[in-house]
Design a binder for this molecule. Structure first.
Ligand code: 5RP
Length: 223
């Protein structure tokens, strides 16, 4: 069976070249990206420096032999390759299904280019079917969750193994079910104005390219 995430990752990694500083995303698609960057470094003898968006990706990168550098030493990031939970027709995204949205957004914001790799199931007409992850402070989380509900969603605290999921930054995630988000940009601003919110999973006008893998093996690049 064709692995569409893997084929999309392969195409995205073709944009990586010698001397680049690369941002490494998080998730099951970014997993393939990291492995393929590691292969490319070895087979083409490339000099690549990387920054990871989660502890999980950091561990995989180290195990695969990719040279990581601390964020404060990084200067500009040439290219970041990451996954997404939903991609709409404007290339706006919902991210954070894996809980790494805060670091992912910081890295993406500081990158010259952001390439998003997805399989076809992630393409949507309107964002919002996938509950929007919002990273919040632990202090006062119940109140923050109530305030998010006031913006028109059904919020739920993310639980893993019967306890609240803690991000790599020591925060909680509220998954906000809006069903349909008609104006992602306005909603992003509204959510960010709620005290206690660290970051939202809405990535607006950030992606430069979307690389889409299909079940039949075809890969499309949306510029
Ligand atoms: C993690 C993310 C991931 O990129 C997103 O959840 C997609 O994951 P996957 O590639 O496993 O479907 O935003 O915070």
């Amino acid at each position: 069976m064709i692995n569409s995430k893997k084929s999309a990752a392969e195409r995205a990694v073709s944009y990586v070249s010698n001397g680049m500083t690369v941002g490494l995303g998080t998730g099951t698609t970014a997993y393939w990206v990291i492995l393929q960057i590691a292969d490319k470094i070895k087979s083409e003898n490339l000099k690549i420096r990387a920054i990871a968006t989660s502890v999980q990706s950091e561990k995989l990168a180290v195990k695969s032999g990719i040279k990581l550098i601390p964020f404060d030493k990084i200067g500009e990031i040439d290219l970041t390759i990451d996954g997404a939970d939903e991609v709409d027709e404007n290339k706006d995204l919902i991210k954070g299904g894996g809980g790494a949205l805060l670091r992912e957004k910081i890295v993406a914001y500081n990158s010259r280019q952001l390439i998003i790799v997805v399989d076809q199931s992630k393409l949507v007409h309107n964002l919002g079917k996938f509950p929007l992850p919002v990273e919040i402070a632990v202090f006062g989380w119940e109140k923050t969750m109530d305030n998010l509900a006031g913006l028109g969603c059904q919020p739920s605290l993310r639980i893993r193994d019967d306890v609240p999921f803690l991000t790599d930054n020591g925060h909680y995630i509220i998954d906000c079910n809006f069903q349909q988000i008609s104006n992602p940009s306005i909603l992003n601003r509204e959510i960010k104005s709620v005290p206690g919110v660290m970051e939202t999973g809405l990535f607006i006008e950030m992606a430069d390219k979307i690389v889409v893998g299909y079940e039949d093996g075809k890969v499309d690049v949306l510029d």
